[in-house]
Design a protein around this ligand. Structure first.
Ligand code: BG6
Ligand code: MG
Length: 214
């Protein structure tokens, strides 16, 4: 059984993926094209600036000026922050709290491993900031998922070896990152999309410690 579980935040603990999507869609509209849910799958787990690059390529828009790109990313983030500032505890996904408490009572450490620079804001909004033993977010890493940096840093701060960790992820890039870190990974979402995960669950509802036995 793993000694620690590392949770992605967006799409695993809370459904912020929908707010990211709304904000990117709004930016796409302003730039004159439609951005669909299918295209959005590629943005999950990916850093803000890389997401912008993917969005622009979907719209067939070429921008060379770095400052213009930064302004666009900032605009998207402003809208995104407006959405997340409205969040409450009620938006924690079903079964998450119960599962986290189950892990804690079994002496298993818990961490957040997220690409988001808004991680602390979200955790504060939903009242979980002090629950985790370690939080590694977008402000502490230099390489975005699928690079394993975020999860390796979490393991290091938890003082456990990568092979003693189990990661929970909703994104293809995140599953790749966990695999390259040498960790077990449980996908949260659609098994046809998350096919490289060791296991896939639809939600945390009703899950027991048996889930993290491999
Ligand atoms: C990830 C999300 O958790 O964080 C991505 O899945 C997002 O969609 C990335 O782009 C960066 O988030 P932020 O909040 O720093 O823009
Ligand atoms: Mg995610």
């Amino acid at each position: 059984k793993p000694k620690a579980c590392i949770f992605d935040l967006d799409g695993v603990i809370v459904d912020t993926a929908k707010y990211h999507y709304l904000a990117w869609k709004r930016l796409a509209k302003e730039l004159g094209f439609e951005f669909t849910e299918k295209d959005n799958e590629r943005l999950k787990g990916v850093s803000r600036m890389e997401s912008l690059e993917i969005l622009l390529s979907v719209g067939g828009i070429k921008i060379d000026d770095e400052n213009v790109k930064l302004q666009l990313a900032e605009k998207k983030n402003k809208w995104y922050v407006e959405y997340i500032n409205q969040m409450t505890k009620d938006e924690i996904l079903p079964g998450v709290i119960e599962f986290l408490e189950l892990l804690k009572s079994a002496g298993i450490k818990v961490a957040i491993g997220s690409a988001s620079k808004n991680t602390i804001t979200i955790l504060e909004r939903i009242g979980l900031k002090d629950f985790f033993d370690v939080i590694i977010d977008g402000t502490k890493i230099s390489k975005a998922k699928p690079d394993p940096e975020v999860f390796l840093k979490a393991a290091e701060e938890l003082s456990v070896r990568p092979e003693e960790c189990c990661v929970f992820e909703d994104a293809v890039a995140g599953i790749q990152a966990a695999k390259s870190a040498g960790m077990k990974v449980i996908g949260v979402g659609d098994p046809t999309i998350l096919k490289d995960a060791d296991k896939v669950i639809q939600s945390f509802q009703g899950q027991t410690l048996g889930l993290i036995e491999f």
